[in-house]
Design a protein around this ligand. Structure first.
Ligand code: HEC
Length: 154
């Protein structure tokens, strides 16, 4: 009878251990799911990396009133609808999309090299159209000059 009690106790302990470990696995998988979701949310703004080689593409234009205003003209034709009048990524066509248009005032954009932004503008990704065919190299650089200026405004 005594042996039987010990056996039952052991069974009980093992049983609770299994339940405990199962519930903690369950919890940690919940955390992982929440963590991934968080990552995806932040990725919405910052997950897009240009290849490292793009950093060395040099901007051939100097920052003059002319290149800025040429860029502004192009921006108002092709970009403002998504990126917004003032470049906060809040344009009327950007609202309903999964990945929000970039905010040019964001440090994540400001800290990138001209070459990386030029590469992204050229190649596009998802909701960001590629402008390789639509615009000349010079026009795309004028846009880079302009969105830099835009990023400095309030
Ligand atoms: C149809 C909407 C749309 C239009 C039009 C558009 N963009 Fe975008 N743009 C986006 C979206 C969405 C992203 C974010 C893409 C991502 O991160 O996956 C983006 C990202 C960018 C980035 C990358 C910023 C970063 O986070 O590194 C640059 C640069 C950019 N756009 C410039 C432009 C310029 C310049 C124009 C106009 C010639 C333009 N875009 C037109 C939607 C648009």
């Amino acid at each position: 009878m005594k042996n039987y009690n010990i056996y039952m106790l052991l069974l009980f302990c093992t049983g609770s251990l299994i339940i405990l470990s199962a519930s903690s696995t369950y919890n940690s998988s919940q955390h992982t799911i929440a963590g991934t979701k968080f990552l995806q949310d932040t990725m919405k703004q910052s997950g897009w990396l240009a290849p490292a080689s793009a950093d060395s593409i040099k901007n051939p234009l100097s920052i003059t009133q002319e290149s800025i205003s040429k860029g502004e003209e192009l921006y108002n034709m092709y970009c403002f609808s998504c990126h917004g009048d003032t470049g906060y990524g809040d344009g009327p066509a950007g609202g309903s999309m999964g990945v929000r248009p970039a905010n040019f005032h964001d440090q994540k954009v400001i800290k990138q090299k001209d070459g990386a932004l030029f590469w992204k503008l050229t190649n596009g990704k998802g909701n960001m159209p590629p402008f390789k065919e639509a615009l000349t190299d010079e026009q795309r650089w004028q846009l880079i000059v302009f969105i830099r200026e835009l990023g400095k405004t309030e």
